[in-house]
Design a protein around this ligand. Structure first.
Ligand code: NIG
Ligand code: FE
Length: 408
């Protein structure tokens, strides 16, 4: 099946099959009057000027608009039961995120709702969320477990993620986040919970092939840096690649661990210190920054410019979850990346495409428009990249193409 996307006013894409850092993060190929030839769902050729003189089964007219790679949302907590709108009131009465968690709310209340939900309910709810994400231009995402914390519910979440990856057009990478919080059953036995993760859960998740990554919420009152290292090292032994929720609220050594454990990505990094930035630069870890969470928590914003200056590849993702970021809108994150992280529109595009893909080990397949990659493409109601960073609050995705098929 051969398709041509023609009449592209401006095609903008990073290039390559690995993350981009430093100056290269802002290097974007921009082709005016461009076209893309697609064969069997893959990008075959890209050019500008006269279109190829050959037969195509289908021709899509981009109407002179901006075209970019499909967006990659490299950090979501997609599968969960219930919502937590009650916490908005608690917050406005002065309670902090960690106060709510310590009082048995927060993550633990979503754990209750997720344990109570059937696999089918979780699947349906997450499927709808993937539809909404696709409509906003996302064609690949990551999804974490971490709202079960017991064996049965964690496996239930991971099975839902596997099924979504198979049945929804979106590519969904799976991350095991058993270390999201210490569950009530282990309240007085943290050591027991860490051993349960390392000795029982990680081997089982790996054996069933239910996740590619292992993540830990390394945070004051949640998991210490030493516990994080143990869990990620155990994950590595079973082939699960390390990710770390680091320096979100307090810097307790999470980002500094990236070098030691060879983390693929570190997430949040709101209060990351220079020592953490240096460790990530050395390890080639992708800093996966989540600006809508900073916005929602009323927190400061991660030091993205310092990271780019230090040669750390920066990705930007949504962190969609029912507590600290009840938004799955990556377009909003793109605005915040420009306005709050001070990324240029070019750096921002790399952050939500190629670097996001690198953060989930998929940069060889998605994240840029070039021959050999999947034909994951967004046609925008925009004429240039600046417009994507500039307009706020409107959905600018005009058409979303996944593996060569128009899905929105
Ligand atoms: O990435 N930081 C930890 N986990 C999520 C929040 C989860 C929740 O509040 O339910 C996050 O922000
Ligand atoms: Fe998160």
């Amino acid at each position: 099946m051969k398709k041509l996307i023609r009449n592209i006013g401006m095609l903008a894409t990073p290039q390559g099959t690995a993350s981009k850092s430093g100056k290269a993060q802002g290097e974007i190929l921009q082709l005016a009057d461009a076209w893309i030839a697609v064969a069997d769902g893959m990008i075959d050729r890209v050019g500008s000027g006269p279109v190829p003189n050959e037969y195509f089964d289908e021709v899509i007219d981009a109407g002179g608009k901006l075209v970019t790679p499909g967006l990659v949302d490299a950090h979501t907590h997609l599968v969960f039961g219930g919502w937590r709108q009650n916490e908005l009131g608690m917050k406005l009465h002065g309670m902090g995120y960690l106060d709510i968690l310590a009082a048995g709310g927060g993550i633990l209340s979503t754990v209750k709702a997720t344990r109570a939900a059937s696999e089918e309910e979780l699947y349906k709810k997450a499927y709808d969320a993937l539809d909404e994400m696709s409509s906003l231009g996302v064609t690949t995402c990551e999804a974490k477990s971490g709202y079960g914390l017991d064996r049965e519910t964690e496996l239930k979440q991971l099975r839902v993620i596997r099924r979504l990856n198979e049945e929804h057009p979106m590519d969904v990478a799976a991350t095991y986040l058993g270390a999201h919080a210490v569950p009530n059953e282990y309240k007085d036995d943290r050591e027991g919970y860490v051993r349960f993760l390392c000795e029982e859960m990680i081997p089982e998740v790996a054996k069933e092939g239910l996740a590619q990554f292992c993540d830990v919420f390394c945070e004051k009152g949640v998991f210490t840096a030493a516990e994080t290292e143990r869990i990620l090292t155990a994950g590595r032994e079973y082939g699960l690649l390390p990710k770390i929720h680091a320096d979100e609220i307090e810097a307790i050594g999470g980002s500094e661990l990236t070098e030691k454990v060879g983390a693929v990505s570190a997430e949040h990094l709101i209060v990351c210190r220079q020592s953490g930035i240096d460790a990530m630069a050395k390890a080639g870890t992708v800093a996966c920054l989540l600006p809508a969470t900073s916005f929602y928590l009323g927190a400061t914003y991660a030091p993205a410019r310092a990271m780019i200056d230090a040669g750390v590849p920066v990705a930007v993702a949504s962190d969609f979850n029912p507590g600290s970021c009840p938004s799955l809108n990556l377009q909003l994150c793109m605005n915040l990346a420009c306005l709050k992280y001070r990324l240029t529109p070019e750096e921002m595009l790399t952050a939500v495409t190629l670097n996001g893909a690198a953060a989930i080990g998929m940069a060889d397949r998605v994240g840029s428009i070039e021959p050999g990659k999947q034909a994951d493409i967004v046609i925008w109601e925009a004429e240039d990249l600046n417009y994507l960073g500039y307009r706020m609050g409107s959905d600018l995705a005009a058409s979303v193409i996944k593996n060569g098929e128009e899905i929105w």
